[in-house]
Write a protein that binds this ligand. Sequence first.
Ligand code: BYC
Length: 471
Amino acid sequence: MSIDYQEKIPNNVNLAEDRKLQRALEKWQPGYQQWWSELGPEGSHQMDVYLRTAISVEPGGWANYGHVKMPDYRWGIFLAPQEEERKVNFGAHKGDAAWQEVPGEYRAELRRLIVTQGDTEPASVEQQRHLGLTCPSLYDLRNLFQVNVEEGRHLWAMVYLLHAHFGRDGREEAEAMLERHSGDADKPRILEAFNEPTPDWLSFFMFTYFTDRDGKYQLASLAESGFDPLSRTCRFMLTEEAHHMFVGETGVGRVIQRACDIMTEHKTDDVRKYGGIDLATVQRYLNFHFSVSVDLFGQEISTNAANYFTMGLKGRFQETRIEDDHLLKDAVYQVAEVKGDGIVYADQSALTAVNERLRDDYIRDCQRGVDKWNRVIKDAGIDFVMTLPNRVFHRGIGAFASIKATPDGKIITQADWDHKHSDWLPTDEDRRYVTSLMKAVTEPGKVAGWIAPPAKGINGQPQDFEYVRFN
Ligand code: BYC
């Protein structure tokens, strides 16, 4: 079904047929636009940006490109097509018809999941709002803005579900999405990683690689939901998410490429002397962003997660492809825990371990990009290997929050941590140095000296394409 852009709120959910819902969303819309103008990308409102906009939700239908002013971007409500006779595929209601309305007994849990998901979307826009001022190229600036408008649309996606299915308290939750702000002392965002600043472009690339990938895994689990509107919403969101992770993977790859080029050209390890970001600093940023993102999967042993599963609200990654009973009543799953002064794996109920299983899927996926980055380093003949830290390193949530550990997973004392952590996490000096490189490069085709140019343009455009016009 194609999307009607003549509507005030573009959508493929026949909004015009539900006047009450349409009015409620139209009432929320000005608040959203005000939020975008106050806390969206700084200084960007007059720029024409080469953006991709969805024109239909069919494969290929969302890849439509053109220059638009971001405040005029047609944020709307798009659900993947309804699957005939879709079922609840796991938990106590396995085999029942998927719900088109909120199951009354699970209302609170479902609302909480949707609110948590929705809250991250505007949070990330707020975190990234100053980055446009220091873009390394027009190509990167455009990618930042593409990510931002899509996060805005993902907020719309969750707000639609709240308005359409949760009545008055849904509308209140939708208002609250615009009232909490990233890093706000009184009204912070819900999950911790979304209160951290994203102050520079290396952080942005790490964020889109690691934190957006949490988004992928959480959305994929929610796409399994027995509540069909949530499933359909998340399936369409996932098509947009892929580009965000591409931005992260290629962004970090280009920083590494540039460091290697400097090392080769000048036969030196002193990359900073030539205005690049040395590999050790990249590794420290990686350690930080990976560990905060790993926290986003929640407690290793979680009755919340077990309940979401049994209720049929949130499944495992690619639930229907897993060969088991999808009930997990007696199944076990190996989970790491602290025992004495070491880490051991022990069997736990697979039901309470679904957060941990998702974290495992995520970590495996993270490794793929790291392998690619290592190929860049190896191809340059440089003896350095990027590694993901152990999951127990630098944790703020779960069983390992109470211990201190090295990146390779050995438990250490607080005194050792105090002494060593600056080898493992970005130091103030690292951050100052990286910040010192952040100067806007806005001439078409030019790229800042700390990052290699992109391998190819967006939508086949040439290197010197004017992705953003400043007006
Ligand atoms: N920070 O039983 P547990 C994305 C709390 S990213 C702070 O494990 P649960 C995106 C928890 O609230 C994807 N608090 O909790 C990426 C609970 O509190 P109460 C976002 C935390 O709920 C980039 C207590 O600890 N989507 O889309 O099973 C750019 C017990 O923990 C945290 C989702 O997350 C934390 N990290 O698991 C843009 C999906 N973790 O009740 C967008 C929806 C736990 O004791 N959310 N707590 O007061 C969920 O499925 C779950 O809420 C979580 C946490 C997996 C996040």
